[in-house]
Design a protein around this ligand. Structure first.
Ligand SMILES: [Zn+2]
Length: 76
């Protein structure tokens, strides 16, 4: 069983850990609220875990165009 880190914007796979090598405490999962966990951590049928995060290039885009969503709203 494994933990996959995946970008929630472009779906690229950012990393993988074997569950037996790490604990939830080491990953910082225990510091998340219940809502945050539901938001970013997903378990599939096979016992693998997916952690949805924002990759570097998507973060750059978001930082560079923070108003983009507002713009498209105004144009409409
Ligand atoms: Zn991305």
């Amino acid at each position: 069983m494994a933990i996959y880190y995946q970008c929630k914007h472009c779906q690229s796979r950012l990393g993988m850990l074997e569950k037996k090598d790490v604990t939830e405490q080491e990953l910082g999962f225990d510091r998340l609220t219940q809502e945050e966990r539901q938001d970013i951590i997903f378990n599939d049928l096979y016992g693998d875990t997916y952690v949805h995060i924002t990759c570097e290039s998507c973060q750059e885009t978001l930082d560079r165009y923070p108003e983009r969503n507002a713009w498209s709203y105004l144009i409409q």
